[in-house]
Design a protein around this ligand. Sequence first.
Ligand SMILES: [Fe+2]
Ligand SMILES: [Fe+2]
Length: 178
Amino acid sequence: MSIDKEMQDAINEQINAEIYSAYLYLSMSSWFEEKNLVGFSNWMRCQYLEETMHAMKLYNFVNERGGRVVLKPIAGPETEWDSFDGVFTQVAEHEAFVTKLINKLVAIARKLDDYASESFLMWYVDEQVEEEATADEILTRLRMIKGDNNALYTLDTELKSRIPALAVLPTILDQPIA
Ligand SMILES: [Fe+2]
Ligand SMILES: [Fe+2]
């Protein structure tokens, strides 16, 4: 049974939202890059890749269910922030907003008795819990260290070690890991 058009269209909107998220984080990465905060820019690059993966996981699902992915224009992200914690305030707010979008998708799946979509979307429900928690954690730390350059440098060094989730490449290519 192929995917209902209402569900398909709503997932297509979410693909756009995930690619916008990727674009926003890449813009933040570039902002940190200019300030030579290589750990923060690395963290944002990883975020960019993972958001692209979120989009492609939805993309693969629509195709698998016999639907059609239709891509729409991506809005321009912000390019300037006035402080480090200002960046992460936006990350935290953006992730909370995305959680609401995911919850709406689940509500549509339930309304349509589309159990396959509902089950698939649970991955995103869980992922958003993690996304919100990570953003809040970094924001809290930035607020604590405000003005302390040594502490900022320590956090930057810590964020340098982040690597993207292993599923990024297989999901984007829709191929198993070789
Ligand atoms: Fe996402
Ligand atoms: Fe996210």
